[in-house]
Design a protein around this ligand. Structure first.
Ligand SMILES: [Zn+2]
Ligand SMILES: [Zn+2]
Length: 154
């Protein structure tokens, strides 16, 4: 394949995310590259919570000219422009997920590393209530619960 451009299979949400990325790059005087598009497509099709290493594994199978550093820098770019978020769930490697536009929180199994997504309206409401009682204005929040998943405890 060499330097020929790999065909991008556009996963759901790709076009919208790409538009946000383009706007951000234009506003910052940066050029879009085919490599960034390959990385974005793979991030979206991988699903959630991928490490830089895992994503690079998939990306280089599509375009072998893409190095680890490019994936690393591109993921940072994605978090800056708001199309992905970065999590440090422990275990040594940061994990990235594309923003679904739908808020959720995480439970992380400290034994097998499984990540469970959840949302709970009551918790969200209570957070607003607590913040209001401190005249605090919440812009965003993250909740991470650490423990053992159903397969790792009796
Ligand atoms: Zn577990
Ligand atoms: Zn998540």
């Amino acid at each position: 394949m060499g330097t020929s451009k790999a065909h991008i299979k556009a996963p759901p949400g790709f076009k919208e995310k790409l538009e946000i990325l383009h706007d951000y790059l234009t506003a910052h005087g940066l050029r879009n590259t085919h490599q960034r598009e390959v990385i974005l497509a793979e991030l979206l099709s991988f699903g959630q919570h991928v490490t830089t290493e895992e994503l690079w594994d998939r990306v280089k199978a599509i375009d072998s000219s893409i190095g680890y550093a490019t994936v690393y820098r591109t993921l940072r770019l994605f978090t800056e422009c708001g199309i992905a978020s970065k999590h440090d769930f422990g275990g040594g490697s940061a994990r990235f997920e594309s923003d679904s536009g739908h808020h959720h929180d995480h439970m992380i199994c400290t034994q097998c590393g499984k990540i469970i997504e959840f949302e709970n309206e009551e918790i969200e409401r209570l957070q607003d209530e607590v913040a209001a009682s401190h005249q605090f204005k919440i812009n965003s929040h993250r909740m991470e619960l650490y423990g053992l998943c159903s397969e790792c405890h009796d």
